[in-house]
Structures are given as structure tokens and as C-alpha cells.
Design a protein around this ligand. Structure first.
Ligand code: NAD
Length: 263
């Protein structure tokens, strides 16, 4: 293992690896795809917005990286299956996955004010989407006898943060899926962890703040560092969890949350 870690340092932390990033068209996922590619991975980027993915692939290739797009919805099993197939066809395997697609809902308020459709979409994207990704990625990793997976959760997956209740429930479920799959596949060389993401400057957050501008200062006030994260700061932790540097970390989570959970 030490030898592997040394090699990875010399050649990029994900050199020779193929990593699928779901929810890659903006924010944390797009930043992660750029970072993973810069660290030597071939990345398969997946999200619904194909035009954004095509631009991201162009950008990564222009800086000397390797990338392929697979437009699709994580809620649809066949779209996720296609993403995994692209990894196999274009790059010959799947060593890592960052299951990062998420949806917070259209109403940032109490449960009785939330529309039924929000509940369904929040559970679908965060829970079914993560489950779909795991379900199609794990068989490839099982066959290879190794793999690393990171699922994006939130402090809302651990405490009631004030985020919509279905989102709190959904992110708790993401942590549950992480622990269960880590336990099931640990002895087969597959590590599964969650990334607990604090308030980060992305499109998801902008849409929440646009609807309720007073939330911006409330979000910042909750962070002990009194600022939001930039997507790259979050992506760094995903990189660590996918690399061999975290070789004894599984069934766990890394909180990049600006201290929300500390107070
Ligand atoms: N920004 C924050 O403050 C914050 C805090 C905690 C957790 N998170 C989580 O971080 C993750 C990334 O979000 P972000 O903040 O970068 O926002 P974002 O809106 O920029 O990115 C979300 C990504 O998920 C994709 N996506 C959404 N639904 C999808 C679907 N059904 N199929 C495929 N792709 C889909 C979007 O296209 C986009 O690429 C999410 O899981 C979110 O819940 C974000």
C-alpha cells in the first residue's frame, strides 16, 4: 500500500483511475471533475444538462485531461447504467465514483408549506439517485476487487439544520446507504464514504437565496468561519476520499462544513 501511495503522489493522486461524477454540470460536481482530471483521472461526467457537460469535457481536454460526458438523470436506472458503460467503453473500467447529484426543493420552509412534488423529487434525486448509482457502479468494482465511492450528504444528514424536512430525511438516508454499502463490500476492496458539505457557493444555494434573500446572512452566520465554501474546497475532500491516501477510511464521512456541526 505504501508503494501505491508513493506512486500516486508522483503521478497525480488519481493517476490511472477512472472516476464517474454524477451531478457534474455545475457547482461541487463540476469543480470535482476538474480537480480529479488534474490529478490524473479519466472522468465520466453525468448530469441532465448535456450542453454543460460537453463544455466541461472540452475544458478538461483542453488542459490535457481525459473526460467523457454521459447526459442523464440519476433517477433513471438506465441513464446511470449508460454512465457506467461509458466509463467501461471509453476508459476500460471504473475505479471511483462521486455520487453528488442533489436537490433541496423549491420551498425552503416548514413541512406544511412544502408541495408534495418537492417531497417526491427530493427523495428521488438524493436517495433513489444515490442508490441507482451504487447499484450500477458496485458490480464493476466487485469484479475488479477494488473501488472507492463518495456520496454527497450534508450536515442536514446528521441534524435538523433548518433545511426542508424531506431534504434532511434524504441526506440522512444517504449516510445510511453509505454505511450499509461500506459494510457489505468492505471485504471486497470497495470503500464507501459520505462527504458532509456545508454551505457552499453554488447554483443550488443561489436558487435558495434568490427565493429568500434573508437566508444568505443566516447561512453565513451558522458557519464558524463566517463565510461560505467555494466548490473547490469541497472537491478537495472528495479527492482525498477517492485516493489511496484515505485507504483505511470507509463507512464514514468527512465534514467540510465550516464548523456547522461543532456548534
Ligand atoms: N451548496 C450547498 O450549500 C450544499 C450544502 C450541502 C450539500 N450540498 C449537496 O452538494 C451536492 C451538489 O450540489 P451543489 O451545491 O454543487 O449544487 P448544483 O446545483 O450546482 O449542483 C447539483 C448538480 O446535481 C445535478 N443534478 C440534480 N438533479 C439531478 C438528476 N436528477 N440527475 C442528474 N444530475 C442531477 C445538477 O445538474 C448539478 O450538476 C448536492 O448533493 C447537494 O445536496 C450542497
Amino acid at each position: 500500500m505504501n508503494e501505491q501511495i508513493r506512486l500516486a503522489r508522483g503521478a497525480g493522486q488519481l493517476a490511472g483511475r477512472t472516476v464517474m461524477v454524477a451531478g457534474a454540470s455545475s457547482g461541487i460536481g463540476a469543480a470535482a471533475a476538474r480537480l480529479f482530471a488534474a490529478e490524473g483521472a479519466a472522468v465520466v461526467v453525468m448530469a441532465r444538462r448535456g450542453d454543460r457537460l460537453a463544455r466541461l469535457v472540452e475544458e478538461i481536454e483542453a488542459s490535457g485531461g481525459r473526460a467523457a460526458a454521459s447526459a442523464g438523470d440519476v433517477v433513471r436506472a438506465e441513464d446511470v447504467e449508460r454512465g457506467v458503460a461509458v466509463a467501461l467503453e471509453r476508459f476500460g473500467g471504473l475505479d471511483g465514483a462521486f455520487n453528488n447529484a442533489g436537490y433541496v426543493g423549491s420551498v425552503f420552509g416548514p413541512l406544511h408549506e412544502q408541495p408534495q412534488e418537492d417531497f417526491e423529487e427530493i427523495i428521488d434525486v438524493n436517495v433513489r439517485g444515490t442508490w441507482n448509482c451504487l447499484r450500477h457502479q458496485i458490480p464493476v468494482m466487485l469484479a475488479a476487487g477494488r473501488g472507492a465511492i463518495v456520496n454527497t450528504a450534508s450536515p442536514a444528514g446528521m441534524i435538523a439544520t433548518g433545511a426542508p424536512a424531506p431534504y434532511v430525511a434524504a441526506k440522512h438516508a444517504v449516510l445510511g446507504l453509505t454505511k450499509a454499502t461500506a459494510a457489505e463490500y468492505g471485504e471486497h476492496g470497495i470503500r464507501v464514504n459520505s462527504l458532509v458539505v456545508g454551505t457552499t457557493r453554488t447554483e443550488m444555494l443561489s436558487s435558495v437565496i434568490e427565493a429568500k434573500p434573508e437566508l444568505e446572512s443566516a447561512f453565513v452566520a451558522r458557519q464558524v468561519q463566517k463565510r461560505m465554501a467555494e466548490p473547490q474546497e469541497v472537491a478537495e475532500a472528495a479527492l482525498w476520499l477517492l485516493s489511496d491516501r484515505s485507504s483505511f477510511v470507509t463507512g464514514s464521512h468527512v465534514a467540510v462544513d465550516g464548523g456547522i456541526l461543532a456548534i
